[in-house]
Design a protein around this ligand. Structure first.
Ligand code: XMP
Length: 507
């Protein structure tokens, strides 16, 4: 076990992730945690995170001096190195305008076990305060043009610190610093894997939930699916999943969810076929936000009705993952955490305790866990799909006829992307059905049918994106197949707008 001590930095979860990437188990805990409690956990090493405070101010977060004498190797990062210096008798002060460093910075490393094997010299800096003098027993092991103390060590006591952020990708070979700390300095083995994550999580879920009843809103998306399977592994039939099929899903999607969860995993699954109900509410509605609101509200209503039928449920599983959580404030317990519900917005005033087994993980880690749990590839590598589904991909009024045309076109599109080996390379791809009919000719006959729009984007988070350059021959094949095979569609266009100024969805 390695402990990451949270001083309120932005990159805390990233540090934890870097530790896990080295197959080392870690936990993030608040700097307020009692030292005896920390010692009782018997950590092989401790990492202090960055944070927004100034170490030299009276009420800034600090750890008592004892922690440095506990014989546990410590690596302080950013605020972490500053608080270490301040507490042990060095001096930290506010930097002048010229001394502040933000962004990519050239650095010189001296000989240290922390920097073993490193060949580059560019790191990511983000600090205002600086260290003037280091505590007794410490030596300087790195410096930059504006920062004479960018790295320190006290080899005898196994205390290390860096002013920059080795955990971010912009710090070249930064991952090696974390690795060197873990393997060379803490002497950990690196035998923790996704398999161990599952075992630990299952044990934890068993302990938290006991024999209480748990409800899960399954959407068929990666996150809620992995969360559900994990909880099912822990508590079996005490978990009931409710899957609201709003009729706005892609081709075969509802059946796939049923097959996977009912057959493969033998879970209690309630599928609510509510297509008529949703389409009824959407009749005549064309404005995108109005459609979203109707679908979201109806979803809650259906879900509530189903859960009421089940009687008292104690816990609700949510597939929240780390990027869904916006954290602010300090040190865990005082943080205000805003979770966004990825299942179209669940009731605010639920009478459940929330279980979020994936909340410290990043998407690719969730995928790995899902594969390890035996969930099929197709579901694990599925592109993101909006809660309102085809409701916002059928442009204008949503009807069953239009949804069916779109489903067929989209299925052909995905099929061809998979065949061309492009599906996993693309962040998100889908077909849309604008409320436009165009004239065409097939054989000797005039056609008058819908236009299909194709969209494919590359992105890392959906916040910005570029249009994906699908090779012409693949586009040609997709267009040919759609026009030939889909009744009701006779023309295909490809969207080449980036975001911004466009959005990914058309509505
Ligand atoms: P936009 O269209 O805003 O989409 O560029 C960014 C990402 O968010 C998804 N999206 C939604 N997801 N409910 C959701 O759950 C929604 O109403 C919604 N609108 C857009 C979109 O698919 C893309 O991945």
């Amino acid at each position: 076990l390695v402990l990451v001590i949270d001083f309120g930095g932005q990159y805390n979860q990233l540090i934890a992730r870097r530790v896990r990437e080295n197959n080392v188990y870690c936990e993030i805990i608040s700097y307020k945690t009692d030292i005896e409690e920390i010692k009782a956990k018997n950590p092989k090493g401790i990492i202090f995170t960055g944070g927004p405070n100034s170490a030299y101010l009276e009420d800034s977060p600090q750890m008592a001096k004892e922690i440095y004498d506990a014989g546990i190797p410590i690596l302080g990062i950013c605020y972490g190195i500053q608080t270490m210096c301040h507490t042990l008798g060095g001096t930290v002060r506010k930097g002048t305008a010229a001394e502040k460093e933000y962004g990519k910075t050239a650095i010189t490393y001296k000989e240290s076990r922390l920097f073993e094997g490193m060949t580059t010299n560019s790191v990511w800096m983000s600090h205002t305060d600086r260290i003037d003098t280091v505590p007794e027993g410490f030596e300087i092991i790195a410096y930059t043009a504006d920062c004479p103390v960018a790295g320190i060590q006290n080899v005898e006591k196994n205390l290390y610190g860096v002013q920059f952020h080795p955990e971010v990708e912009h710090s070249q070979e930064g991952y090696m610093i974390i690795k060197n700390f873990l393997y060379n300095i803490c002497g950990v083995k690196g035998d923790w894997t996704t398999d161990s994550f599952i075992k630990d999580k299952v044990a934890e879920l068993k302990a938290t939930i006991g024999d209480k009843k748990v409800l899960c809103a399954l959407s068929g998306g990666v996150d809620s699916s992995v969360a559900a399977v994990l909880v099912h592994k822990a508590i079996g039939d005490n978990l009931t999943c409710v899957f609201v099929d709003h009729g706005l899903l892609r081709k075969n999607e509802g059946d796939d969810v049923e097959r996977i969860f009912r057959n493969t995993f033998d879970m209690n699954l309630i599928r609510v076929n509510a297509e008529d109900r949703f389409l009824g509410k959407l009749k005549g509605v064309t404005e995108p936000e109005a459609k979203r609101k109707i679908i979201g509200e109806e979803f809650i209503r259906v879900f509530e009705e189903e859960s009421n039928k089940l009687g008292k449920m104690d816990f609700l599983v949510q597939g929240t993952i780390y990027p869904d959580i916006v954290e602010s404030g300090l040190g865990g317990e005082s943080a205000t955490i805003k979770s966004h519900h990825n299942v179209g917005g669940l009731p605010e005033d639920v009478d459940f305790q929330i279980v979020e087994p994936l909340k410290e993980l990043f998407k690719d880690e969730v995928r790995k866990i899902g594969l390890e749990l035996g969930i099929e590839d197709k579901l694990i590598f599925r592109h993101p799909f909006p809660g309102p589904g085809l409701g916002i991909r059928v442009i204008g009024e949503v009807t069953k006829e239009k949804c069916d045309i779109l489903r067929e076109a989209d299925a052909i599109y995905m099929d061809e992307l998979r065949k061309a080996g492009l599906y996993r390379e693309i962040w998100q791809a889908f077909a849309t059905l604008p409320d436009v009919k165009t004239v065409g000719v097939m054989g000797d006959e005039r056609t008058y049918a819908y236009l299909v729009g194709l969209r494919a984007v590359s992105s890392s988070d959906g916040m910005t994106s570029d249009w994906y350059k699908i090779p012409y021959d693949v586009l040609e094949k997709i267009a040919n197949r759609i026009v030939n095979e889909v009744d009701g569609a006779n023309r295909v266009v490809y969207d080449i707008t980036s975001k911004p100024p466009g959005t990914i969805e058309w509505e």
